[in-house]
Design a protein around this ligand. Sequence first.
Ligand code: TXA
Ligand code: MG
Length: 317
Amino acid sequence: MKLRRVSAVSIKTAAARLRAGGVVAFPTETVYGLGADGLNPRACARIFEIKGRPRFDPLILHECSAARARRLFSRVPAAAARLMKAFWPGPLTLVLPKAAAVPAIVTSGLKTVAVRVPAHPTALALIKAAGRPIAAPSANSFGRLSPTTAAHVRKQLGAGPDLILDGGKTRIGVESTIITFAGGRPVLLRPGGLPLEEIEKIAGPVGSAGKPKGRPPAPGCLKKHYAPAAKLRIVARGAKVKDGPRTACLAFSEKPKGKFAATAVLSPAGDLREAAANLFGALHRLENSGAKVIYAQRVPAHGLGRAIMDRLRRAAA
Ligand code: TXA
Ligand code: MG
């Protein structure tokens, strides 16, 4: 049905879908990705909804050349530049300080962004035709096996994506290796399609995220995370919140009554997708207001609302 064989025509169709805010599953050399316009927060919000991800786990941005990929970073250490030169296109994801243009929903509010250039003709042609970086996690339901064929994608995600590009079985079959330079030196966040030995030949010794200094392997693993400088308290949507100059309020769909340091409405239309896309930006703004306490109203706990509530709970932990 929505499964289309890879061809010049289907790639063009898929790229148009991506430009219009749609979601397209496509083959890479590692696994199938669930792609959306990486600069469009609402399109990215659809990825979380389709995957049923229970929380915001940051996404990987995919580019069609190393030169374009570099523009997504604000700083590139020499060792990282050598890795790009040696292994892109290829199954290596680099985590580096993000450029301002990268939306908060892609990085879950982190200051770093994960980027890679896939070594797959279809993926490269699609990104090039779309003319923008493509955000794409593996195209599986949360917690399930990663997809290496278009049929796996259809089985798990069914009617979710607007289009599934069928490029046959993926070549490598495991996800990319993720290296972070967030702390300045290279650290392995996820072993994957590119062997660590190959990486160490170019970048020197790579640290392991598991053992030293209790650094968690991925941001989603922290119980307390995404916490603003202010205290965050979760309240019922209808609840009366004590207002004041040191208090901020994060509302779902209706502007809160009272005098606050700052308020934010996540989605006037009550659209959970829009609300999710606005969440981190709103929390940043409220924190910057100088408020000591942020009261965050509950949102409906279905669809992306569950992800929003999970973030709020982590922030409140
Ligand atoms: O091979 C792959 O990498 C596939 C294909 C589609 O490219 N993609 C993939 O994406 O495996 P995903 O979302 O399933 O895994 C991305 C991982 C997540 O565990 C996430 O926590 C981590 O990358 N990640 C993303 N941005 C990060 C960041 N700024 N810092 C640390 N970890 C990050
Ligand atoms: Mg995955």
